[in-house]
Design a protein around this ligand. Structure first.
Ligand code: KG4
Ligand code: ZN
Length: 334
């Protein structure tokens, strides 16, 4: 079954064709980084206009890369939330029209279910129950997955998401947009113990996260020390170490509690080099296999949406013409 996956949740126009939920036949990500860089962040109006311009060329390029035509497709999967409303609307409207025009089923996909599915883009899929750490610009969640479509959220961030903190602090440190990957590189040259970050006190559920205090601490330290290249490197290294430590902090206890059989990390921040190394180390220590996508499938892409859509359609979850874009789609709605 060949599914065309579309993601326009933020500033990338992404499209992919995936066969049977795991084999990527083609994947195109048209980045808008250059358009937003001079503003230091995504400008929603510019993003949605660019999606409108790029949607059809990206789909055409994607089909041509896979040597397919529209009539070869068996279904359409599209992110309908959460994300920027104007951006989501472009993908949802296009996906709905295409499915209707071709007379094939449509699957509306929650963006986070997509990120989780990035770990199924392989011949040997992870076993269940699977503990997922999903970390992006908008989310930091620990999600237990008992099967496709069967998720329990065990913990989530009470304030800022990890990617958001990386981006905001990077901007204040004077690093180029997008901040996360640049901060990751600069951190490699810093002293990660020069600026220390304590663990946050959390007044939520047992496995929740909080990163706003960590962000404030980094910004206060910058104000105190000034932005010399050495300070920038040290703050970046200390911040990266603290965020990765906190992201993985609950993982051993959750494994004990749930008996999960494997650990999966996904979302844009899963491209972070320290998070990748530390997840590897922790999985070895816990004696569980680690699943972490190649970097191109950590950040937003259409392939993960096509994969999630395949499993939804296989389970008979077809979306109707009333599917609408939802900027703040809650986690429980999948
Ligand atoms: O999943 P994603 O592409 O979009 C959202 O769904 O938000 O994630 C984007 C986030 C951004 O905050 C970006 O800075 C972060 O992922 N990111 C990284 C790295 N690469 C991307 N953060 C830290 N280190 C990286 N190497
Ligand atoms: Zn994402």
């Amino acid at each position: 079954m060949k599914i065309l996956g579309i993601d326009t949740s933020c500033d990338d126009t992404s499209c992919a064709v995936v066969e049977d939920g795991h084999r990527v036949l083609s994947s195109i990500v048209s980045s808008q980084v250059d358009l937003h860089a001079r503003f230091g962040g995504v400008v929603p109006e510019i993003a949605s206009r660019k999606h409108m311009e790029m949607m059809i060329p990206v789909v055409e390029e994607c089909l041509s890369q896979a040597s397919l035509t529209l009539s070869d497709l068996d279904g359409i999967a599209v992110t309908y939330g959460p994300g920027l409303l104007g951006s989501l609307l472009v993908g949802v409207s296009y996906g709905k029209s295409l499915a209707y025009g071709l007379g094939i089923p449509l699957a509306g996909v929650h963006h986070l279910e997509g990120h989780i599915s990035a770990n199924f883009l392989r011949d040997d899929p992870p076993p269940f129950p699977l503990l997922n750490l999903v970390v992006s610009g908008g989310h930091s969640d620990l999600i237990l997955m008992r099967d496709h479509g069967a998720y329990t959220v065990l913990g989530e961030t009470l304030d800022d998401a990890a990617g958001e903190v990386f981006d905001k602090v990077a901007r204040e440190l004077g690093l180029p947009y997008p901040g996360g990957p640049h901060l990751d590189k600069v951190a490699d040259q810093g002293d990660e113990d020069e600026v220390k970050f304590t663990r946050p006190k959390i007044h939520g559920h047992r496995f929740d996260y909080s990163f706003s205090g960590t962000k404030t601490r980094a910004l206060q330290e910058l104000e105190k020390r000034g932005a010399s290249p050495e300070t920038v490197r040290d703050i970046a290294a200390g911040l990266r170490k603290a965020i990765v430590r906190d992201l993985l902090y609950h993982v051993p206890e959750v494994f004990k509690m749930t008996g999960a059989r494997a650990f999966a990390v996904s979302g844009g921040v899963a491209a972070n080099s320290l998070l990748r190394r530390e997840s590897e180390r922790l999985s070895k220590e816990l004696g569980v296999p680690l699943y972490i996508p190649p970097k191109e499938y950590c950040t937003d892409n259409g392939a993960m949406i096509a994969s999630a859509g395949y499993f939804r359609l296989k389970a008979g979850k077809v979306s109707g013409p009333d599917l609408s874009a939802e900027a703040s789609l809650p986690l429980t709605s999948w």
